[in-house]
Structure formats: structure tokens, C-alpha cells
Design a protein around this ligand. Structure first.
Ligand code: BEZ
Length: 389
């Protein structure tokens, strides 16, 4: 029995060495399809994700899981109507081994559908669409970011505990906005609050004036919002310009003020938001990440850069376990499921549905930083509604 086991182990080890050697000998690069927005309101988010991903690659000497990487890049423009064509081109025409993307929830759902059908490994480095690790969950789909439910739910708890009673919400009408507000409402109403008005406008529209007038008329105790990127900059500035900042406190999921503070200036000062990253975490991992990022890009990192870095880490963990052979999907998934990912946000693991189980921080804008105030929700796990895995 012992000798059979020994022989089996030897054969497995030899096969692993051979497959690693095969990649090394042929020099076959791992084809990574990077599908991100490089234009439009989310362009800076896509760039930060790519920077973070490439920072990890550089730290690993240019290889992930022993494989050099060839990138095939697509600008998805945050346009769901082009998403299926874009992702099909990567999978069917370019034959990518792995998909990394994207920012926009609607585009990510199209990616998840194709990944699920084709079996291609997909790592989502931002988009929070609840379905990606909910009803659409699959063994080959992973997320390094968050679900839309998570920051919304955490902020709902915070605002209810503050004793706020009546809130108006305002957001873009698509999955990210709808689901963030739904998460917020779930916790806020459980804590005794009431959502008195739900306002929205189509993505990526930034004509906020009429809705700001509605908020002033409704006179809620506070406003909760989801906006991100260029739209978040404009919303925060318009909210202050309308004179509302002084009379009706504005709260948000943390995307409202992440990667945006230079452009928002004093109009963002004092805002409270909830997110899985913050300035001033002061951990060795975060400090070294921030130093390396600033040195490489002459920029301060934001949450998007962290998520890109962690997407590369997840790929590295999976690839290492299969000696660079992405066809071994079950072993890839097993390794990622068992891992603690050493993220700048704090170490996290993935839930059974492959979404991060993570602390959501309460932050307040001070100067040009989203300063850590405390932990709003410890090890918050998305409910993964509809996931059968
Ligand atoms: C989303 O569409 O899921 C999203 C976009 C930007 C920031 C956060 C979430």
C-alpha cells in the first residue's frame, strides 16, 4: 500500500515537473485578457487596476506561477451593450487562458456568463454585481474586490447606529447603484431607519440638478449615495454647490471619495464613507505596497489599485498550485479557496461563492485622504443569494 502511494506521489510530482518544464521550454506565455474601461467615467479606475496587477507581476520578477504573461487588452468603455462581443473576442478569437475584468457591474455580468459557459478562469478586480458571486457563481469565477451589497450594508448599520432616522438615496440606475442601495436599506431599516426617497438617473449621466432640488424639498436627515469615478467627482461638487452639504449630511459607499479627492478638493472634506480599504491602515503590508506603488507610478494607490494587485495575487496562488497549467481548474480553485490573501487592505479569504470575506472600514475625508475611523463591519460576508456551488 505504502509503495503504491509512494509511486503515485512520484508520478504526480514528475508530471508536475514535466508540465512546468514544458511551459519553461516552449516559453509559452500565459495569455491574460485584460478587459477594463480605459475611456469614459471609469477610465481612471481601469488604469489603477492595471497598475496594481502589473505591480505584483513586477514584484514576482515578471512571472506569475512560473509563467511569463502576455496581455491582450480591451477597452470595454463600461458599455454593457458591447460587453458580450468584447469578451467573446478575447475567449474565442484571442484564445486567452485567463480573463481579468472589469469595473462596471453590467459588463462584468456579461463576462461571467461567457466565463461560466466556456470554463475560462475569470477574476473580477472591481465590479460588485451581486450575481457574479450569487446566482451566477461558478467554480472558475473569483472576485478580488467586493459585492455591491457589502459597503451598502455596512453603511446602513453605521447610519442606523448614529440614530439617523430618515434618509434619501441617490444613485445611477444600474446594478451597482441598485444593489448598493438595497444593501444599505436592508441594514438601515433593520436598525430602525426609513428610506423616504429613492432617486436615480441613468449611468453615466451627471445632470444632478433636478434631483438635488428633490432632495432639498424632501428634507431628509441625511443622504446615502453610490457614485464612482468622474461621476462621483461631479456629484460631490454639485452637492456642495447646491448648498446641501451644510444642511443635509452626505454619506456614501467609499467609491464616492476613492481616487477622486484631488479633483473634489474641499467639497469632499468631512464626508463619511464605508469601504474595504482606507488611508492610515498602517500595516507593514499596506506600507510596503503604497511605497512600491508610489515609486512605480508616481501616484498614490487607491482601492482599485489594491483590487488589481490582489487579482494578480489570486492568479498567482492558483497558478502555483497547478504549476502554471490553467487547465487544472479544480486544483486551481481548491488552492484559491484555501488561501489567505495577503492584501494591503488586510488579509482576507474567499467565501464559498468566491467573494472576499473582509472588514469594511468607516472612513472620513480629511485633507486629501480617506482616513480610517474604525471598522464598520468585521469580516463581512456577502449572503451570496442564489449561489448553488
Ligand atoms: C460597479 O459597476 O460595480 C462599480 C463601478 C465602480 C465602482 C464600484 C462598483
Amino acid at each position: 500500500m505504502k509503495s503504491i502511494l509512494f509511486r503515485t506521489t512520484l508520478i504526480a510530482a514528475a508530471a508536475a515537473l514535466l508540465s512546468t518544464a514544458a511551459f519553461a521550454q516552449t516559453g509559452a506565455k500565459l495569455k491574460v485578457g485584460l478587459m477594463l474601461p480605459y475611456t469614459g467615467t471609469y477610465a481612471s479606475l481601469g488604469n489603477a487596476i492595471e497598475n496594481g496587477f502589473k505591480l505584483y507581476l513586477t514584484e514576482q520578477g515578471g512571472k506569475i506561477g512560473g509563467r511569463e504573461i502576455e496581455f491582450v487588452k480591451v477597452d470595454d468603455e463600461s458599455d454593457p451593450s458591447k460587453a458580450t462581443d468584447n469578451v467573446n473576442k478575447l475567449v474565442k478569437r484571442d484564445n486567452v487562458d485567463v480573463l481579468i475584468g472589469t469595473v462596471h457591474s453590467g459588463v462584468a455580468m456579461a463576462m461571467a456568463k461567457v466565463a461560466k459557459e466556456s470554463g475560462t478562469i475569470l477574476i473580477v478586480p472591481n465590479a460588485g454585481a451581486d450575481a457574479v458571486t450569487g446566482a451566477m457563481c461558478a467554480p472558475n469565477i473569483f472576485r478580488s474586490s467586493f459585492s455591491n451589497w457589502q459597503p451598502g450594508y455596512a453603511m446602513g448599520e453605521v447610519m442606523a447606529k448614529k440614530g439617523i432616522k430618515k434618509v434619501a438615496t441617490i444613485t445611477w440606475k444600474y446594478a451597482a447603484g441598485d444593489e448598493t442601495v438595497r444593501g444599505f436599506k436592508e441594514a438601515f431599516e433593520k436598525g430602525g431607519g426609513t428610506v423616504v426617497k429613492e432617486l436615480n438617473l441613468p449611468f453615466p449621466n451627471v445632470e444632478f440638478q433636478a434631483l438635488l432640488t428633490d432632495i432639498a424639498a424632501a428634507k431628509p436627515d441625511a443622504v446615502f449615495t453610490f457614485f464612482a469615478g468622474g461621476g462621483a467627482v461631479k456629484f460631490v461638487k454639485d452637492y456642495a454647490a447646491a448648498g446641501l452639504k451644510k444642511s443635509i449630511p452626505l454619506y456614501g459607499s467609499g467609491f464616492l471619495t476613492d481616487g477622486t479627492l484631488d479633483a473634489q478638493g474641499a467639497d469632499a472634506d468631512g464626508l463619511f464613507t464605508a469601504l474595504h480599504y482606507a488611508d492610515g491602515l498602517d500595516t507593514p503590508k499596506d506600507k510596503s505596497f503604497r511605497l512600491a506603488y508610489a515609486k512605480a507610478y508616481k501616484l498614490q494607490p487607491d482601492v482599485y489599485a489594491v483590487q488589481g494587485y490582489d487579482a494578480a495575487q489570486i492568479l498567482g496562488i492558483g497558478l502555483k498550485a497547478v504549476n502554471g497549467d490553467v487547465s487544472k481548474k479544480a486544483e486551481f480553485a481548491k488552492a484559491v479557496e484555501a488561501a489567505k490573501i495577503d492584501s494591503p487592505r488586510g488579509a482576507f479569504s474567499l467565501s464559498k461563492a468566491h467573494n472576499p470575506v473582509q472588514d469594511i472600514y468607516l472612513r472620513q475625508v480629511t485633507g486629501k485622504e480617506n482616513k480610517l475611523v474604525g471598522v464598520a463591519s468585521k469580516a463581512l460576508t456577502d449572503p451570496a443569494r442564489g449561489c448553488k456551488m
